[in-house]
Design a protein around this ligand. Structure first.
Ligand code: ZN
Length: 295
């Protein structure tokens, strides 16, 4: 079961990034000096789904169909096949349909991504299929908006103002939906199986980070999560299912060997998404005598 750990909340703001040099050592010393235990609140977040993805995938498909229905209504209104109900102007009707289209498509893609993290596709199916399967949300976003945008631009039945505004709204909706639907960190079935086989201890992740970490020790733990107010703790399966598909590169370099992990088989990414300098500087900023230490 995954846990949410809330660490000492009243932390100071990060100092300017120029002080980023040599902070970890100092921070660690401060911990020993002050030795003040941070407050930790532990709550239970979402439980794992038990491995079934059928409901998620059906839900995604139904929502994508609803999104397409909205697009068809918008196209029909733009072609003036019918007059919008309730005395609405064509522009208002078009915008309502575009917003509904966006909402259905985004929620559908989140369900789809979640299903892909619970039951990832095998890399044996080939790169092309893997890409299509994992980025289906982006493909569907294109299908849900591009025909409408083309039609609005080519349309000569609507007045120019309605046409232009609706096309711009639809283009913005396409962008938002595409970015929200993309899976920037897909995982293969093999990578997930390997992580589950190798990592049997709890792992940690932060609210916005996209990787999981091995060591959350107050002093010797990973600096990328030391300053996180809220930490989530759970099995590596739970980490992957909540979208943390790769192991943190710092943890891989510093703790994996001692834990007996075979790194070449694990999904290790080079770059770290969270801003580590800011976090580390926070450790130094709190190095004042009254501070709570570098955690
Ligand atoms: Zn880490």
């Amino acid at each position: 079961m995954a846990e949410k750990i809330v660490r000492n909340a009243e932390k100071k703001e990060a100092a300017p990034a120029k002080k980023a040099a040599e902070p970890v050592k100092k921070a660690a010393e401060t911990v020993q000096k002050t030795a003040k235990k941070p407050q930790q609140t532990i709550v239970t977040p979402n439980k794992p789904t038990g491995g079934s993805t059928v409901g998620l995938r059906i839900g995604a498909v139904v929502l994508w169909v609803l999104a397409l229905v909205c697009e068809v209504f918008a196209i029909m209104a733009a072609m003036q096949y019918f007059i919008p109900p309730f005395g609405m102007s064509p522009l208002v009707f078009l915008i309502i349909m575009i917003v509904l289209d966006l909402a259905f498509a985004i929620v559908a893609a989140q369900l789809w991504k979640k299903a892909n993290h619970i039951k990832p596709m095998s890399e044996k199916r080939g790169k092309f299929l893997f890409y299509v399967w994992n980025e289906l949300g982006v493909i569907m976003a294109c299908i849900c908006f591009i025909p409408l945008i083309i039609l609005l631009l080519k349309n000569d039945k609507l007045d120019k103002k309605t046409k232009t505004i609706a096309a711009i709204v639809a283009a913005v909706a396409l962008l938002i939906t595409g970015v929200a639907s993309a899976d920037f960190h897909p995982i293969t079935a093999e990578q997930k199986e390997e992580a589950e086989a190798q990592i049997t201890t709890d792992v940690y992740w932060t609210q916005f980070g996209h990787k999981y970490h091995l060591n959350a020790d107050e002093e010797s733990g990973c600096p990328y999560i030391k300053n996180a107010n809220t930490l989530y703790k759970g099995s590596v399966t739970e980490a992957i299912e909540s979208g943390r598909t790769a192991i943190c590169s710092y943890c891989a370099a510093h703790y994996a060997e001692a834990m007996g992990l075979e790194l070449e088989n694990l999904n290790v990414e080079e770059k770290e998404a969270v801003a580590p300098q800011v976090n580390i500087v926070t450790g130094q900023a709190t190095a004042a005598p009254s501070a709570t230490g570098g955690n």
